[in-house]
Design a binder for this molecule. Sequence first.
Ligand SMILES: [Mg+2]
Ligand SMILES: [Zn+2]
Length: 166
Amino acid sequence: MSKGRKAVFLDRDGLINRQAAPHHYVCRREDFNFLPGVPGAIRRLNEAGYLVLVVTNQRGVARGMLTMEELEDVHHFMCEELGRQGAHIDGIYVCPHNEGECSCRKPDTGLFLKAEGEFPIDKGRSWMVGDSATDVEAGERYGVHTLLTDSLPQAVSVILGRTNQG
Ligand SMILES: [Mg+2]
Ligand SMILES: [Zn+2]
């Protein structure tokens, strides 16, 4: 019937890992702390056949607080740790720009469109989960279901519960 995969787009800070202190950014792997239950929640999405795609605003790069190389190292660490727990992320899409500089900073949809260029997405069966109103707005603009929460395990229960109802 429909082409494309079902996907769950995830915000990063405040959903996957603990939010940095105000005016701080997660710049090093030592600063990256998973929120409780996150690896298991991502594994459940993997097992249910969802693509797991991270869409994250990282304005700290534009502000010179961290480099793309440092950011990539943080993400490498995140993926390694997930792998150790049997979970994986299929793609990570970053907006490194400042406000008003691009069409990818959420609530714009550029990061989703980039993901869509790599994976055909079945939007009707896909979700955006995040802890900010801008995450929900981005998901709505793109055209997927949305959940506003800081608990990924709870979000995954909702998504999988919905799926099982048909
Ligand atoms: Mg967030
Ligand atoms: Zn951008």
